[in-house]
Ligand binder design. Structure first.
Ligand SMILES: C[S@@+](CC[C@H](N)C(=O)[O-])C[C@H]1O[C@@H](n2cnc3c(N)ncnc32)[C@H](O)[C@@H]1O
Length: 315
């Protein structure tokens, strides 16, 4: 089985407007589809590809090129790791967020509702927090918040209560245990959609996905050269909202700030008016692409790179 079929491959890599001798970063290597395509377009220069997953690291060993460096790290440490390699500025950054098909299709990783397996869901196999830990140890109120905010689950309060009463009888160890524990609040006829939302929420919590994305975007702006490109593919509205707001307003929440003359103070300009979505052909060939949205931005020529993502009174 292929590790992962890349989504919006041409569009997202074309958006980087690759220059001879340029330095590029793929912050989500996965199976390396985007990285390989970036390398094929580079004339000189260097590509640094990040992934926090050891399976992706193994996959990266197949990509042999002097111009390629794999970095086994969370992209929330983008700047720190680039520094380690002596890189302070880059020409383009690509992010293809979420999990790979490999992660999703491997039962033991615990991402998919289709299999039984451990309640794991870690993208970084060395990270201490698993979905099992979340489900069995978090306070009811915390669980309520996670399912409401990250899964947009309508009956999040009932769901949290059901989990707590079930784990009080017996620990919830596996995906099958978990599905059984929440059966009473899973809407009949809408099981798949509901479980997808619940699993999404757990996955986001386990991997601290939204905070990691915010931190990566802020650092992306700091390391991009003026005129450098940011190309981000997201797969759900929570991610997309952060990317969209950061590109259009320079912050994740609230309104864009303006200077005395009414000029917007923000580090990026959007390159495309609307997000780019997969073509009908791609949708037909790759079902996984159905929720993908690509947003592309360019670093402004003059900007205050100390501008952090949050405005006054945010969150
Ligand atoms: C959708 S896949 C990328 C697929 C890749 N573009 C390809 O064509 O094969 C996302 C990958 O990003 C990794 N990932 C997600 N969040 C990450 C983070 N915060 N830091 C590092 N890697 C991350 C996941 O482990 C996964 O392998």
């Amino acid at each position: 089985m292929t590790y992962h079929q890349p989504v919006l491959l041409q569009e997202s890599v074309d958006a980087l407007a690759i220059k001879p001798g340029g330095i590029y970063v793929d912050v989500t290597f996965g199976g390396g589809g985007h990285s390989a395509h970036i390398l094929s377009k580079m004339q000189g220069g260097q590509l640094y590809s990040f992934d926090q997953d050891t399976d992706a690291e193994k996959q990266s060993e197949k990509l042999i090129s002097d111009q390629f460096t794999f970095v086994k790290a969370n992209f929330r440490y983008l700047k720190k790791y680039l520094r380690l390699y002596g890189v302070r500025q880059v020409d383009g950054i690509l992010a293809d967020l979420g999990v790979s098909s490999h992660q999703f299709n491997t039962a033991e990783r615990g991402f998919s509702t289709r299999f039984d397996g451990p309640l794991d869901m870690r993208m970084d196999n060395d990270s201490p927090l698993t979905a099992r830990e979340v489900v069995n140890t978090y306070e009811e109120e915390q669980l309520h918040k996670i399912f409401g905010l990250y899964g947009e689950v309508k009956n999040a309060r009932t769901l949290a209560r059901e989990i707590v009463s079930s784990r009080n009888v017996q620990a919830i160890e596996t995906i099958a245990d978990f599905k059984q524990a929440i059966m009473g609040c899973t809407p009949k006829g809408k099981e798949n959609k509901y479980l997808a939302q619940v699993f999404q929420a757990l996955r986001i919590e386990v991997n601290d996905e939204l905070k990691a994305l915010e931190e990566m975007l802020e650092q992306a702006v700091e390391v991009l050269k003026p005129g450098g490109r940011l190309s981000v593919i997201s797969y759900h509205s929570l991610e997309d909202r952060l990317v969209k707001n950061y590109i259009s307003k320079g912050k994740f929440f609230g309104e864009v700030e303006k200077d005395f003359f009414g000029n917007e103070i923000k580090p990026l300009d959007s390159v495309t008016r609307k997000p780019i979505v997969p073509s009908a052909q791609e949708l037909q060939e790759n079902n996984r692409s159905r929720s993908a949205k690509l947003r592309v931005a360019e670093k402004r020529e003059t900007q205050d790179s100390s501008n952090k993502g949050r405005g006054k009174g945010d969150r």
